[in-house]
Design a protein around this ligand. Structure first.
Ligand code: GLN
Length: 391
């Protein structure tokens, strides 16, 4: 028998989101695991996609993306952040932010290069760094506050460091990096001449007056930052897989050089629809954030009532709870048992750490999604309240 897997897949397991959504489907559980809304984005945007499908937008889109969407992305960066990007040379449309991350890492990281990531990390980051032959250096956001410690970041950077792969607002902790935290990142990036790739898909989904600040807006950063985002989270179209990268032409070109051999181009009929979303519904994400804040509060109150004290997030779709008082050693064990115990699915955060047993790390942290209808959240917390959650 030939070997069934390449060595680059060593340590690469089925993503936890696929595992947990399949578990929810198999057991008929309420899925508070994978982060996707159960209500779609604006119907007018869907109508635009239908019109594009029926109107002949069914062959390859231009490699960097359809001009209307690239222009809309440039206007979005200008409108929200005062960032000037050239739609022709400084924007590339990607197949979701996940492809943007893959293409950025494959296009910029050489074997042996070190990439600094915030920990807990979204699970595609270590996979892509491994594909590129890079080495990850994790900088912890420690429970209970999940703040970035500039000294720990500085300690993680060395002569082999090529890139800081940032994520703010941060999944799964809900931290929104402050100006001071971002200034510390920027100072280190400038000092060591690093590229910053920043995953900002939750840019608009912030709560309680917390505001997202793109690191590309800080002095000296526009020239070394690739900013990634998508329509999935801002417009509740996670299944469309339309994202984008913006930044200086040489970095965007590097990402594009890799992207063309991943998906070649991204879905043609969805791109004009996303342009419509960005241009004609600029206030939709803010409304979504207000509604998400209410649902965050609803879920957090329910978790508290069920004996699970939440870390109340500043942003994103997710709240985290500690389960150690229930006698569980492992969040993965807890989450695998939860469908049977309670008919609910959640995400074990221990899979997002190099060492989940380090102080303030996530061996016993569980992530719950609140980007769901109120009735779904209510059903989940009712089930949790009724269940025996002890180990
Ligand atoms: N970003 C989403 C989450 O954290 C899931 C994305 C995915 O499943 N790849 O739940």
């Amino acid at each position: 028998m030939p070997p069934s897997r390449a060595r680059r897949l060593d340590g690469v397991v089925t993503t936890i989101f696929t595992e947990m959504t399949a578990l929810a489907a198999r057991t008929g559980s309420v899925n508070l695991g994978q982060g996707f809304p159960d209500r779609d984005g604006p119907p007018e945007v869907i109508a635009r996609a239908v019109a594009a499908l029926e109107g002949g937008a069914n062959q390859y889109a231009p490699g960097p993306g359809v001009p209307a969407l690239r222009a809309a992305v440039a206007r979005h960066q200008e409108r929200h952040y005062g960032l000037a990007v050239d739609p022709d040379t400084e924007v590339v449309v990607t197949t979701g932010c996940t492809e943007g991350i893959a293409a950025a890492v494959l296009g910029l990281v050489d074997p042996g290069d070190e990439v600094v990531v915030l920990e807990p990390y979204y699970d595609s980051y270590p996979a892509m760094i491994a594909f590129a032959g890079g080495v990850r250096r994790a900088v912890p956001l420690r429970a209970p506050d999940f703040r970035l410690d500039a000294d720990e970041l500085r300690a993680a950077v060395g002569p082999r460091t090529r890139m800081i792969l940032l994520n703010t607002p941060h999944n799964p902790t809900g931290t929104v990096l402050t100006r001071a935290e971002l200034e510390a990142v920027a100072a280190i990036a400038v000092e060591h001449d690093l590229v910053v790739v920043t995953d900002e898909v939750y840019e608009h989904l912030t709560f309680d007056g917390h505001r997202h600040l793109p690191i590309a807006t800080l002095p000296g950063m526009a020239e070394r930052t690739l900013t990634l985002s998508s329509a999935g989270k801002s417009y509740s179209f996670t299944g469309w897989k339309v994202g984008w990268a913006t930044g200086p032409a040489p970095l965007v070109q590097a990402l594009f050089a890799a992207k063309q051999w991943l998906t070649f181009t991204s879905g043609a009929p969805l791109q004009p629809a996303v342009a419509t979303a960005l241009d004609d519904f600029p206030d939709f994400p803010a409304g979504l954030a207000r509604s998400l804040q209410e649902r965050r509060d609803r879920l957090c109150a329910g978790l508290r009532a069920a004996g699970l004290e939440p870390h109340v997030p500043e942003a994103t779709y997710f709240a985290a709870t500690d389960i150690s008082h229930l006698g569980w050693r492992s969040s993965l064990d807890f989450c695998r048992a939860l469908p049977e115990r309670a008919g609910v699915v959640a995400i074990p955060m221990e899979v997002f750490y190099d060492d989940p047993d380090a102080p303030g790390a996530g061996r016993q942290l569980v992530r719950w999604a609140f980007c769901k209808e109120e009735s779904v959240i209510d059903e989940a917390v009712e089930r949790l309240g009724r269940a025996d959650l002890g180990a």
